[in-house]
Design a protein around this ligand. Sequence first.
Ligand code: PEP
Length: 250
Amino acid sequence: MGARKFFVGGNWKCNGTIKLVESLVETLNKGEIPDTDVVEVVVAPTAVHIPLVQSSLRKDFAIAAQNAWVKGSGAYTGELSAEILADLGLPWVILGHSERRSLIGESSELIADKTKYCLDKGLGVILCIGESLEEREAGKTFEVVAGQLAPVAGKISDWSKVVIAYEPVWAIGTGKVASPEQAQETHADIRGWLADKVSADVAASTRIIYGGSVSAGNSDTLATAADIDGFLVGGASLKPDFIKIINSAT
Ligand code: PEP
């Protein structure tokens, strides 16, 4: 794993009553996890629940937004700008989640613009990429992830606050996790792409985390793969299992 600190994100998506959020925070606050020099943990509640989580969650867990607008504050009804997120004190934002790509129609160009804007405003970006089942079966996985990364590489030069989340669409929320070999192969390809198109230093230092049906039952094995530097977790981040997944860092 080298200098790449293990990173575990919990994406709560569009879930959560106040009661559920309070109970999740209680579970996290009681959880035994490794020190912050071993693992970085970030949870992404819905935007409206962020202040509640900020005021009640222990401080070794950081908080992320699930999305940001591509520009600054202004007449963009319903959106949240990077300035608003930074003003709230949020260190991270998730961008390019497959649900936003497929359901909202966000393009890789738009996501690259968002990435640049958020980085410029001081946020760290969890940048999600990944292929559909059809694309994998057509042997296009590398082509697809490279195509999603290329617009970002064209727009940013500092990758130090970017975490790449490789999330094969066919594995998200389906219970069909990528095998450690499948995930490792694509992670290594992504790292190779970074070495080729950006720099050897960025390739060596950028964390590439895996997402897609990660569970308490499969995280330890996935974590042993050389190029898997952590996880982005959806469903299991709403359960006590999330603590076990965080502990796969050690
Ligand atoms: C996700 O939405 O980022 C995700 C990986 O979901 P799940 O863990 O539920 O597959």
